[in-house]
Design a protein around this ligand. Structure first.
Ligand SMILES: Cc1ncc(COP(=O)(O)O)c(C=O)c1O
Length: 325
């Protein structure tokens, strides 16, 4: 393995997969986790940070001295900010106010400008983080709107990297791939690759309660109104182009309580410091496993590190205040 690199960008990808032995010791299944927080910027989003910028450069959408604008719950911002620091671009990130302060501070440390909008607004609202990012892009000359929700380079990144890595690392011995979806890039891209390799692999979406994806998948329309939830980065109030529901096999609903409690359990029992969206995906994976009668290899994607949520999931007072303990 090459251990000397020309820049930090060469260390993105090829994250390890670890077998989870203590989270469900009596299960007939083997559970595996792909540790995407071991990317250099701390999340799965480093992959698209690099790929979206490289593709935009190739297409002439991003020129020297340009500004990258994105609507992001933090991690995509970190990926883009890290790549921009190496390549010399400016960044402006727009995000909802529920994003943890640790993540906001880190973005500023990479030199990015952060714009905060209210969480409870629908995407069409002119004050939402999505609408605000688009407006800034229209107003600022020589800017590139990364648009992770609709940019097809996002799932393509995972089709070309995350999916092939999982396939090779597991030696093809995989029955189910479980992940949350924010933009859908991870599950759509990696899931598509894995299914092309082995059509019996099931792509399972873990969806937080309050998001519309569960209803859209099973009923074809939102039935229950969207509700605020605490897990960051996953679930949706709209259907972005990169969530390809017809590429998924199952959608499981997870409540905040299960997601946050399981996050803590993964850290304390497996020694893996994962963030709450990984705990949520794990909760869905365990529920999915309970439905299977034959032993299966189930892989869960852990998108980011728990270190970004010290004041939340690992803070008893915050957990109690939010009725999660
Ligand atoms: C913490 C976290 N987990 C999971 C995801 C979901 O990944 P994707 O956007 O590829 O669906 C995101 C996306 O923003 C995220 O920030």
């Amino acid at each position: 393995m090459k251990r000397i690199h020309e820049s930090i960008l060469e260390t993105i990808g090829w994250t390890p997969i670890v077998r989870l032995k203590r989270i469900a010791p009596d299960s007939i299944h083997q559970y595996w986790a792909k540790l995407e927080f071991m990317n250099p910027g701390g999340s799965v989003k480093d992959r698209i940070g690099l790929h979206l910028i490289v593709q935009a450069e190739k297409r002439g959408q991003l020129k020297p001295g340009g500004t990258i604008i994105e609507a992001t719950s933090g991690n995509t911002g970190l990926g883009l900010a890290m790549v921009s620091a190496v390549k010399g671009y400016c960044c402006i990130f727009v995000m909802p106010d529920k994003v943890s302060e640790e993540k906001q501070a880190l973005l500023r440390a990479y030199g990015a400008q952060v714009v905060i909008t209210p969480s409870a607004l629908s995407p069409e609202d002119p004050g939402s983080y999505q609408s605000t990012a688009l407006r800034l892009h229209q107003e600022i000359p020589n800017s590139f709107y990364a648009d992770q929700f609709h940019n097809a380079d996002n799932p393509l990144t995972h089709y070309q990297t995350t999916g092939p890595e999982i396939w090779e690392q597991m030696g093809g011995k995989l029955d189910a791939f479980v992940a949350g979806a924010g933009t859908g890039g991870t599950l759509s891209g990696a899931g598509k690759f894995l299914k092309e390799k082995k059509p019996t692999i099931k792509n399972v979406l873990a969806d937080p309660m309050g998001s519309i994806l569960f209803d859209l998948f099973y009923q074809g329309r939102p039935v229950d109104p969207t509700k605020p939830y605490k897990v960051e980065g996953v679930g949706q109030a709209m259907l972005p182009m990169n969530i390809h529901l017809d590429w998924y096999d199952e959608v499981l609903h997870v409540n905040d309580r299960d997601a946050f409690q399981l996050t803590r359990k993964i850290v304390s029992s497996e020694g893996i410091c994962v963030g709450p969206s990984g705990g949520m995906a794990m909760a869905a994976a365990l529920e999915y496993g309970q439905r299977l009668s034959k032993p299966a290899n189930i892989l869960v994607l852990f998108p980011d590190t728990g270190r970004g949520y010290l004041s939340k999931v690992f803070n008893d007072q915050w957990m109690r205040e939010n009725e999660l303990l």
